[in-house]
Design a binder for this molecule. Structure first.
Ligand SMILES: [Zn+2]
Ligand SMILES: [Zn+2]
Ligand SMILES: [Zn+2]
Length: 135
């Protein structure tokens, strides 16, 4: 899908910056951090980037992937994510050598029993090791 269409479908007003940031995600086979995006787009204001990522996350365009070292990574969502409702319950692989993080779209995170009265809102499964290039 084209970036303008994605923004429209998620009720986000089209701006050049939003479109550029979204295109960066669409063109990347791996998850991106703040720094990755800053590096690939020139003259990008940090605050704008921060706000855009937040909006994209809230509207169901990208999902956040926590990682054990530095800053969180973000990856494009599957089509069925909507505002305040993410369906990205897949695992992620983080390569400890080159640092890349990829979505493993076909691995479902197993259900884990939580104590009585607890409610799970998000599940994260992060596998760490070496990717195919580094191993
Ligand atoms: Zn999502
Ligand atoms: Zn690697
Ligand atoms: Zn993912």
């Amino acid at each position: 899908m084209h970036s303008t269409e994605i923004l429209k479908n998620h009720g986000i007003r089209l701006t050049e910056t939003r479109q550029k940031i979204l295109n960066t995600f669409l063109q990347s086979p791996e998850a991106l951090s703040n720094e990755d995006i800053e590096k690939s787009l020139e003259n990008l204001d940090r605050i704008t980037l921060y706000r855009t990522l937040k909006t994209f996350e809230e509207k169901g365009i990208i999902h956040k992937i926590p990682n054990s070292g530095n800053s969180p990574m973000y990856a494009i969502c599957q089509d069925n994510c909507t505002e305040h409702q993410h369906h990205d319950s897949h695992g992620h692989f983080h390569c400890l050598e080159c640092g890349k993080t990829v979505c493993m779209d076909h691995t479902d995170v197993p259900g884990i029993k939580v104590p009585e009265g607890y409610k799970v809102e998000q599940k994260h499964l992060i596998l760490e090791g070496k990717c195919d290039v580094c191993s």
